[in-house]
Design a binder for this molecule. Structure first.
Ligand code: ATP
Ligand code: MG
Length: 247
């Protein structure tokens, strides 16, 4: 890694408390363009709080968030989106009774005069999904009829359609079978090869070791360690997660 390059995303000393629960305690993180950073840790370790803080859902009590070396303050999720941060939350937030194209353009449906420009929306949704090699039969299918894997991929496609080059994925494969997990993994690798900085939260160690360039372990709201994948083992990562190994 080039030591002088400015990381796409840099957190310094981020702290977030809820009453007397400290969800994040002096957390730092760097994510580089064209790399995948996996964030792992036990339940309650602070992973989702970290994702929500980076994506403008939570405001940190202390610390700094820098995008391309510039300090940012996010008051709301749309501020983070405007800074190029695309987030796929664990619950996906798709609307099951609406079709694929409409889900991809939620809140931003193209118009022609007073009407929704359905043709344009469907054409753009199709092109975008084809570019990402997402296989859905028709962009007119109701999202509720799709498989878990297809929904996950629609959610990822929607997030990056808004132009994000920093992509956050919270448990993207938790609800998926083996084949769908492999498809989602391929899509995530595609994001990396397009030069995005990708952060993936996952409990799936096989997926983490398949995809990640670096692994950041969270424990009790703190960073327990950061390792290059090539220089660590599952045993070491699990030791950091449980606290039997300290950084
Ligand atoms: N909005 C909130 N209000 C109060 N406490 C919260 C809130 N969000 C997170 N916490 C607390 O912060 C801690 C970290 O939670 P977080 O959801 O970040 O963990 P996690 O690592 O994502 O866990 P999991 O693997 O179970 O998803 C927990 O103790 C949780 O109860
Ligand atoms: Mg979580």
């Amino acid at each position: 890694m080039d030591e002088v390059a400015v990381p796409a995303l840099h957190l310094r000393g981020v702290t977030k408390t809820f009453g007397h629960v400290t969800a994040l305690d002096d957390v730092s993180l760097t994510a580089e363009a064209g790399q995948i950073l996996a964030v792992v840790g036990d339940n309650g370790a602070g992973k989702s709080s970290l994702i929500r803080t980076i994506s403008g859902v939570y405001r940190p009590d202390a610390g700094e968030i820098l995008v391309d070396g510039v300090t940012k303050t996010f008051q709301k999720p749309s501020d983070a989106r405007a800074a190029g941060i695309a987030t796929v939350f664990q619950d996906l937030a798709l609307v099951e009774v609406l079709d694929v194209a409409t889900n991809m353009f939620l809140g931003q449906v193209p118009r022609r005069g007073p009407f929704a420009d359905r043709k344009r929306m469907e054409r753009e949704a199709r092109t975008f999904l084809d570019d990402l090699k997402v296989t859905v039969g028709s962009v007119r299918s109701e999202v509720g009829m799709l498989s878990g894997g297809q929904r996950q991929m629609i959610a990822i496609a929607r997030a990056i359609r808004t132009g994000g080059n920093i992509v956050l994925l919270d448990e993207p494969t938790a609800a998926l079978g083996v084949r769908e997990t492999a498809q989602a993994a391929e899509m995530i690798e595609g994001l990396k090869s397009r030069g995005n900085a990708v952060i993936i939260v996952s409990h799936d160690m096989s997926l983490v070791f398949d995809l990640a360039d670096r692994i950041q372990v969270m424990r009790l709201g703190r960073v327990a360690g950061v390792r290059d994948k090539a220089a660590t083992t599952r045993d070491e990562i699990i030791g950091l997660i449980t606290g039997s190994i300290s950084a």
